[in-house]
Design a protein around this ligand. Sequence first.
Ligand SMILES: [Fe+2]
Ligand SMILES: [Fe+2]
Length: 419
Amino acid sequence: MLATRQLSSHHRPCRLAQTKRVPLRVQAISAPINTGAGECPLFQTRDGKIIPAMCADYGFRSGSGRLYQEGYGEVPKDVWQLAKDNYVHEFTQLRRSTRYPPADIAPPDGAVAKVLHAGGAAVARAFGALDKALEGAGVLPELAPPPVMSALETQEFKQIRAKLDKLELSVSDVIAVEHARIARTGDMASPAWVKAPFYALCFVLDVMYPKNKAIEKFWVLETVARIPYFAYISILHLYESLGFWRAGAELRKIHFAEEWNEMHHLQIMESLGGDRAWFDRFIAEHSAVFYYWVLIAFYLVSPRMAYNFMQRVELHAADTYTAFVERNRVALADIPPPLVALQYYYSDDLYLFDEFQTASRGVPGVPPRRPPCESLLDVFTNIRDDELEHVKTMVACQESTIAKDIAASSSSGGAPRHQ
Ligand SMILES: [Fe+2]
Ligand SMILES: [Fe+2]
């Protein structure tokens, strides 16, 4: 009768309220959290407020390997077992993506995108025919069609899915927000070799994702958004190990807090179904590995330019979320927040959340940022504001003052301030 979940971690920020709603149970791939009508988790904030959470987890990984859910906090298996599990699982999904392509992909707008879309569909059809032939010849095992989810879907599950599918992200909206920002505050300066990879990244994503694939686009963006911070940490660690440079240890803490924040953005997009398509997972995960080495090279050659590049990326992320929030404000306000967002923004332990707010953390008279999280509108507004915090930190990192300021504030008992 009660919604008290078995909590597996020693540090568990979530409080699920004592209600008629039943415990969180998650099933693989876009499953409702509970199968009974009206049985959705409720979340109790630190102040005792009850907030209904989203009923379902729409992600590919729902239930396995997801933060705060089953298996959370466990030690991984060995790499061979993990790789085998993943490739076996993904191979089936790859076959399904060619034989049973998603029916909800709208044709894109631009000419280049249209050509790529048609070309991609033709390649997928050819692979689908090949797969069928190999299956007929007994080379490949018989492929079951994708599971029919309707038997599991509650009314609320379907309603929210339908609302999520209506969310839109328009490239022209993002450009308008960007132009307005530049008119207000001026453009940032970067050398051409920093601008080139940034604009290439934006162009590819804009071409690949039509406006009705907002969550998918955000998921891809957030997958790669964490990578620079991980690259910076790797190099700082290497310098410490080699004895080259030890004065940047404070930076590693900030970059880890930023990466932890981006990981929650990613998990939020996953819970909204951003990683459902095999192609999106393939692109994002392989790009992330490539991107890591690019950022490693950037940081080795010029840490300042690596931070400059990341300032551009974070500004673009903030502009994109701003445009998305403005266009979908009414729809977002009507959708409950996913559980992972509630767990993060209402956590009992906000040390890492505070750690990346380098512009205001510990400043006398400035209260710590404690944003509300009562709807998907709050969630996306919070993410946008997080990105703006990352921008400020990247600016401070280019000024080479941040580590020094933090060290000084630690010894004086205060905290750094950056504008
Ligand atoms: Fe992010
Ligand atoms: Fe970011």
